[in-house]
Design a binder for this molecule. Structure first.
Ligand code: KG4
Ligand code: ZN
Length: 401
C-alpha cells in the first residue's frame, strides 16, 4: 500500500469516476458538496436496442468514453490534475468488465499524477448524492440514524446509516429484494406491454392517464429465506446479517400478475402492435400524448395500477423500517427515485409523520460520478485510501447485507 501519511484533506478536491453499469461518468467535487463538473456519457440508446444492458457492449463503450469524459470533467471544472486531493472510483457493485475500465483508468491516473486513490461503493454513492444536494441547499443536515432506500434497476435496498466514531458511518442492510429490483420490474413490465426501454419513465408518464385502482395487485408477505436446516437454497440470495427484523421486497410476483392479466384480458395483440410500431421507428421518442395514443384505456389502467402497487409497497416497507429503527430522516435514491408518484406519496407520508425526506435532483438520481466523489469525501477526511490491488467487486455489499 502506498504511503499516504503526508496527505491532508486539503480543499477536498476529488475527481470521481463511475463505470459500474451503462454510464461512463466523471465529476469534480469540492469538499463533498460543491460539484464543479458532472459529466455523464450514457449508453442508454445503445442498450435500448436489446431491451437491457449488454455487458460486453458496456465495457467497450466505457473504454471508448472514459478518456474524453474525464478530460471534459476536468476542463469544465477548470482544474488540473495537480490541484486534486484524491481520485475516487466505483469499486462495485456492478458489471465486472465495466467496473474494470474505470478502476484501471483511475489507478493509472493516480500513479501518473501521484494522488491517492479512494474506492467507493456505488450504493453509498447513491445515498451521498442526496446528502450532497441537501447540503448545497443549505438545509439543516439530516440527523443520524438515517434510513436510505436505494431503488434502481439493480437494487432495492434499505440501509440504516448510523454514526460510527467521529467521522465514519456504519451501514446496516435492513431490507432488500429477494428477487427482482423495483426498476427491473418497471423495465420488464414495460417490455411485456410493448413499451420502450428503460421502462420506468414510460410507465411513470403513462400512469397519470389511467385509474390506479382498476387492477387490485397484492403483495404477499415474504417468507423467511432460510430453510429449516439453515441452508440458503442455491437460487436464493443470502439474507442480510444483522440483528432485528428485515423489511424485504419481492417484485417478481407482480410482473407475473401483469403477464397473466394481459393474457386473460386478450391484450396480447394490441401489445404486439404497439411493440411493432415502436420498433419501426427506433429513433422516435414519443411525448406522453403520443405514447398514450398507442395505448387503450385498459392498458393505461393496468399501467397506473402496477405503479400504484409498486410505489405503495416501497412506501409501506420504508416507513415501517423507519419506525422500527427510529430513523430521524429518510433518503431515497437510485433511478426509480425519479418516479413522480413515488416522490409525491413519500413526501405526503413523511409530512404526516413529521420526518424529513430527501430525493436527488433528476440529474443525480441516475448513475453519475458526482455522487462517487461526494461519498469519497468522508473517506478522504478519515484517510481511508484504497490498496494498490483494488479491483472490481461486482457483488460488493454495503453494511453486510
Ligand atoms: O440508478 P439507475 O440509473 O441504474 C441502475 O440500475 O443502477 O436506474 C435505472 C432504473 C431503470 O430500471 C429505470 O427503468 C428506472 O431506474 N427509472 C424509473 C424512472 N426513471 C428511471 N423507474 C420509475 N420511474 C421513473 N421515472
Ligand atoms: Zn446506480
Amino acid at each position: 500500500m502506498r504511503d499516504t501519511s503526508y496527505i491532508n484533506a486539503g480543499t477536498g478536491l476529488i475527481l470521481g469516476i463511475e463505470s459500474s453499469c451503462d454510464e461512463t461518468a466523471a465529476a469534480v467535487v469540492r469538499g463533498g458538496t460543491e460539484a464543479l463538473s458532472n459529466v455523464v456519457a450514457s449508453q442508454m440508446n445503445l442498450h435500448a436496442n436489446y431491451g437491457g444492458v449488454v455487458p460486453e457492449l458496456a465495457s467497450r463503450e466505457h473504454l471508448r468514453n472514459i478518456v474524453p469524459v474525464v478530460r471534459e470533467a476536468m476542463d469544465r471544472a477548470g482544474v488540473g490534475f495537480n490541484d486534486l486531493d484524491a481520485i475516487a472510483v466505483t469499486e462495485g457493485p456492478g458489471l465486472a468488465g465495466a467496473l474494470l475500465v474505470g478502476i484501471t483508468y483511475a489507478k493509472a491516473l493516480t500513479f501518473g499524477v501521484d494522488k491517492p486513490l479512494i474506492g467507493v461503493n456505488h450504493l453509498e454513492g447513491h445515498i451521498h448524492a442526496v446528502l450532497m444536494e441537501a447540503r448545497q441547499r443549505a438545509e439543516t443536515p439530516m440527523e443520524l440514524p438515517l434510513l436510505a432506500l436505494v431503488v434502481s434497476g439493480g437494487h432495492t435496498h434499505l440501509y440504516l446509516a448510523e454514526q460510527k466514531g467521529e467521522d465514519r458511518w456504519r451501514y446496516r442492510n435492513v431490507g432488500r429484494t429477494v428477487d427482482d429490483a423495483a426498476g427491473e420490474a418497471y423495465d420488464k413490465v414495460a417490455k411485456l406491454l410493448g413499451l420502450g426501454y428503460p421502462g420506468g419513465p414510460w410507465i411513470d408518464a403513462l400512469a397519470r392517464r389511467g385509474n390506479p385502482q382498476a387492477v387490485p395487485f397484492r403483495f404477499a408477505q415474504i417468507k423467511p429465506r432460510i430453510h429449516r436446516n439453515g441452508i440458503v437454497p442455491a437460487n436464493k440470495k443470502a439474507p442480510p446479517k444483522h440483528d432485528g427484523p428485515s423489511f424485504d421486497f419481492s417484485f417478481s410476483g407482480i410482473k407475473t400478475a401483469v403477464l397473466r392479466y394481459i393474457e386473460t384480458n386478450h391484450m396480447r395483440e394490441a401489445t404486439a402492435e404497439r411493440r411493432a410500431k415502436l420498433a419501426e421507428h427506433p429513433e422516435w421518442k414519443p411525448d406522453t400524448d403520443e405514447a398514450a395514443a398507442l395505448c387503450d384505456a385498459q392498458t393505461l389502467d393496468l399501467i397506473a395500477s402496477f405503479q400504484h402497487a409498486v410505489v405503495g409497497n416501497l412506501l409501506r416497507q420504508t416507513f415501517a423500517a423507519a419506525e422500527t429503527f427510529g430513523a430521524r430522516g429518510i433518503v431515497v435514491s437510485g433511478g426509480v427515485a425519479a418516479n413522480s408518484e413515488l416522490r409525491r406519496r413519500f413526501q405526503a407520508e413523511a409530512g404526516r409523520r413529521g420526518l424529513p425526506v430527501a430525493f436527488p435532483s433528476l440529474a443525480l438520481s441516475t448513475d453519475n460520478a458526482a455522487m462517487i466523489a461526494a461519498a469519497a469525501w468522508q473517506k478522504l477526511v478519515a484517510g481511508d485510501f484504497a490498496a494498490d490491488d483494488l479491483g472490481p467487486a461486482p457483488q460488493l455489499r454495503l453494511g453486510g447485507g
